[in-house]
Design a protein around this ligand. Structure first.
Ligand code: NI
Length: 173
């Protein structure tokens, strides 16, 4: 397994819609494993393929937070929200592509998501709490959307300027 470099905003690859996966090859299964390792290492609770420069509809997540609880690594190919609650919840979100920046985002509190697992089986599950916020955030990545796109333009521009500066500093280091 290997840890993959994570793209930092702004990057045109983070703004593009990703293509569906029609055949889950061993290569894509390996990518899912590498993405999980990259996510745990960051550390983070979710990661989408476009964030590692792969324009395919694949995301990984594990939102188990309880100390000592068993991890639940998930890899979702072609995930789709098939139902969303009218109830909205606000969560302070962050993103591995936008390091150290957090902001409140409103999203449906609960969603039902359908996807294909790495073995090729169709799966469907109801998500609530942090899992719901996380899966919606990651599916947004597959559509070229970032959590800062929900913020007011001024706040978004401020964060983007910080990220440009961060990238410049990292390039120099
Ligand atoms: Ni993100």
């Amino acid at each position: 397994m290997s840890i993959l470099p994570i793209l930092i905003h702004p990057d045109p690859r983070l703004k593009k819609a990703a293509a569906p996966v029609d055949d889950i090859t061993e290569e894509l299964r390996q990518l899912a494993r590498d993405m999980l390792e990259t996510m745990y290492h960051a550390p983070g609770i979710g990661l989408a393929a476009p964030q590692v420069g792969v324009p395919r509809r694949l995301l990984v997540m594990d939102c188990v937070k309880e100390e000592g609880a068993a991890p639940r690594p998930m890899a979702l190919f072609n995930p789709e929200v098939v139902w969303a609650s009218e109830d909205v919840t606000t969560y302070e979100e962050g993103c591995l592509s936008i390091p150290d920046q957090y902001a409140d985002v409103d999203r449906p509190a609960e969603v039902r998501v359908r996807w294909i697992d790495p073995e090729g089986n169709e799966r469907e599950e109801h998500f609530s709490g942090l899992w719901s916020t996380c899966v919606q955030h990651e599916i947004d990545h597959l559509d070229g959307k970032l959590f800062i796109d929900y913020l007011k333009p001024l706040r978004r521009q401020m964060i983007t300027r910080k990220m440009i500066k961060l990238k410049r500093e990292r390039a120099r280091a």
